[in-house]
Design a protein around this ligand. Structure first.
Ligand code: GLU
Length: 489
């Protein structure tokens, strides 16, 4: 009897436990489905998670920016809902937030890996990357994996790079060792290589392209492993409705060229200036810029232009030399032609104040000529006009249109400008031949100089993220960690 009663009790307990388990599963599934398409449409908000870095999400002046952020924002617009952004401290937090269904997906430059695919569901990939081993150029360049022995190699914990090293250790190089940093951001590790604090780090090629210009003493030693893909990661609990929407979205942004336009904005002007060019620029900014900074600021304010853009033009034109002169008779800090100087009321082109005033007014005037174009393309196109003349730029815009491109998109116009050197194109234009590759290089250089000036202004002391902002992207590190990319308004 005793035995029978305890068996009954046991059965009761077991069915109770089973019920509880069912409830937990149902709850887990229903909490996961909070981010299905219909729920998002009902709520009117798309909540995503990302991490802070220059290729994902960062503060540019006073507005959020970053390739991933802008892509996610476009997706939210496509759905017709608002975007809410959560920032994860570590890559592991990021994946587990997605896993547990607390966010719709992660847009964070995540590499698609087999082990991650067991935990999350990846959307269509939007970028191919390779892993780059980064070293300091005054050290011996490692050429094979065995050269890593005895050196300090640091990567981010739970990153695709850490995982790659683990596989390498298991399969080929049992003696391989490295350090993992939980809270580090990619730029911090590159900065540590730059400073000589560590020997190597591994970064994705898109990150390397975006970063290397800011760290003139580092270079890529070799590519590690095969090509990889970056993609958004969705929860496995959701019903695929949102994932399917994202597939439609990616197809659309690919077909319409919006994705390549975004890539151009973030990566298109990188690698324009080599390490020596960056070092020279930074040195001259330290030595010369202070003499003219007030003048740039004053004129920038008058015309509502970012002063750093004016300063970048000044550097590209004359390396901030008031008495600069070109072979063609263009003169002064902003390199005004005689006729432009006259038009802008500049009497003495060699006077820095007058030159900056005239240059700023001329640039503002050109911007007005292109005021139907959305930023930042308007700024790039006006800059091209500053260099080669508005007439030639208008010709290039016409050629762009004839070739099926968008004449108001810098990405397309920069393909057409060099065609002004070819007879079959320029003979049909109003203003004829122009060395059209020059304005392209000119604009790309200025974008780089502008980025460097913005970056140079960032404080080196510790940042304090304000506690009330959910989307605070400032890191707690002492480095200048978030080199901004060009987003001029
Ligand atoms: N793509 C890397 C990953 O998925 C993150 C970026 C990095 O650590 O460089 O882990």
């Amino acid at each position: 009897m005793q035995h029978h009663a305890s068996k009954q009790q046991w059965l009761l307990k077991a069915s109770f436990a089973l019920c509880l388990l069912c409830i937990v599963i149902v709850l887990a599934m229903s909490s996961g489905s909070r981010y299905d398409y219909d729920d998002i449409m009902d709520r009117g908000t798309l909540k995503i998670i990302t991490r802070n870095s220059f290729t994902t999400y960062y503060q540019d002046k006073d507005q959020p920016s970053g390739f991933e952020y802008e892509l996610a924002k476009m997706f939210a617009q496509y759905l017709g809902v608002d975007l809410e952004v959560e920032v994860a401290d570590t890559l592991e937090d990021l994946i587990s937030e997605v896993e547990s269904g607390n966010v719709a997906f992660a847009a964070a430059g995540l590499t698609v890996t087999d082990s991650r695919a067991e935990r999350v569901r990846f959307a269509s990939s939007y970028l191919d990357v390779t892993q780059k081993l980064v070293y300091r150029i005054d050290q011996k360049r490692p050429k094979k994996l065995a050269d890593l022995a005895g050196k300090t190699l640091v990567v981010i914990s739970h990153s695709s790079h850490a995982q790659y090293l683990r596989e390498l250790q298991q399969n080929e190089l049992p003696q391989l060792s490295w350090i993992e940093r939980e809270d580090a951001e990619v730029a911090e590790l590159v900065q540590m290589v730059e400073n000589g604090e560590i020997d190597y780090t591994i970064v994705d090629s898109n990150e390397f392209d975006a970063l290397s210009g800011f760290y003139p003493n580092v270079a890529g030693a070799m590519d590690l492993g095969d090509k990889q893909q970056l993609a958004w990661a969705f929860s496995k609990f959701s019903d695929n409705s949102l994932l399917n929407k994202s597939r439609e979205f990616f197809q659309l942004v690919r077909e319409t060229g919006l994705l390549s336009q975004l890539e151009e904005r973030y990566y298109g002007h990188l690698n324009q200036i080599d390490n020596v060019g960056t070092l020279t620029f930074l040195r001259q900014a330290d030595e010369r810029l202070h003499r003219y900074q007030n003048l740039f600021e004053k004129e920038a304010e008058t015309h509502e232009i970012d002063w750093r853009l004016l300063a970048a033009i000044g550097y590209q034109e004359s390396h901030w030399k008031a008495r600069a002169r070109s072979r063609t008779g263009v003169r002064g800090l902003m390199m005004l032609t005689r006729s432009t100087a006259k038009e802008m009321g500049v009497q003495n082109r060699l006077n820095a104040e007058q030159s900056i005033r005239g240059g700023a007014a001329y640039f503002a005037k050109l911007k007005k000529r292109f005021d139907h174009i959305a930023e930042p393309d308007r700024t790039w196109i006006a800059l091209a006009a500053y260099n080669v003349g508005a007439g030639h730029v208008k010709d290039a815009q016409k050629i762009t249109q004839q070739r099926g491109g968008n004449p108001d998109r810098w990405m397309d116009v920069k393909e057409s400008l060099p065609l002004l050197t070819q007879k079959k194109y320029y003979k049909k234009t109003q203003y004829g031949y122009a060395r059209g590759y020059e304005p392209v290089e000119y604009v790309q250089n200025i974008r780089r100089f502008y980025d460097l000036l913005v970056w140079r202004e960032q404080p080196e002391q510790n940042y304090t993220a304000s506690s009330d902002s959910e989307d605070s992207f400032l890191t707690a590190s002492g480095y200048r960690t978030i080199p901004p990319l060009t987003v001029v308004n």
